[in-house]
Design a binder for this molecule. Sequence first.
Ligand code: ZN
Ligand code: FE
Length: 256
Amino acid sequence: MATLELHQFPCLSDNYGVLVRDVASGNVAAIDAPNAEQVEATLAAKGWKLTHILTTHHHGDHTDGNLALKARHRCTIIGPRAEAAKIPGIDTQVGEGDSFMFGETEVRVFDTPGHTLGHISYWMPTENTAFVGDTLFALGCGRVSEGTMEMMWTSLAKLMKLPPATMIYAGHEYTVSNAKFALTIEPENEALQARAREITALRSAGKATLPTRLEVELATNPFLRVTSPAIIKRLGMAGAKEWQIFGEIRERKNRG
Ligand code: ZN
Ligand code: FE
């Protein structure tokens, strides 16, 4: 049975880096590389040697560290086939339905476009862990920068089908502002109210609100709750399609 050690650390202003070590093989992957120096310092502190970078999408706050880390560690960079030309140093292109072994740990790839057109997510089923980049956040989701609302909704719906106990690692600590917004969409949701209090407490103690568990997102994240009668009523969208309700919530967040 594969076993992983995961280490999440803040990077840049509000990004997270994650280092994943496959214990059996000693392989170490960085999930995205927001900044080479910060990844390097974290590797040094752990005494780990980088063997892989798993890239979720092309934005600079996820790829700016790629070339410097590759030059130093000769690591293999795995990234999205659909936007491979925009991923510095990419060696291996992957997309929907692909799977590969990271040491002794199986990794499965999903296309999750919307934030960018080629965005992918990585799922390690034996570890109940998924790395979703800027697709799904704690109580939020990524901006739909390149794709359409329907595309982004389809991507989120794919992640929603993972086992509820899946731990979700995401690219940014946006949770306080997401919680404030979520309460405007579904103020009567008691699980959300409790979580918002928990998030305020975590952040005032300087702690991360990620990773998050999928079942917690399903119960509290308004972007995933397009079938909530209270939300449909508040938005006045009875009879609308799920992606349209999602789109309306996303538009409101963009304006807010
Ligand atoms: Zn991004
Ligand atoms: Fe980002």
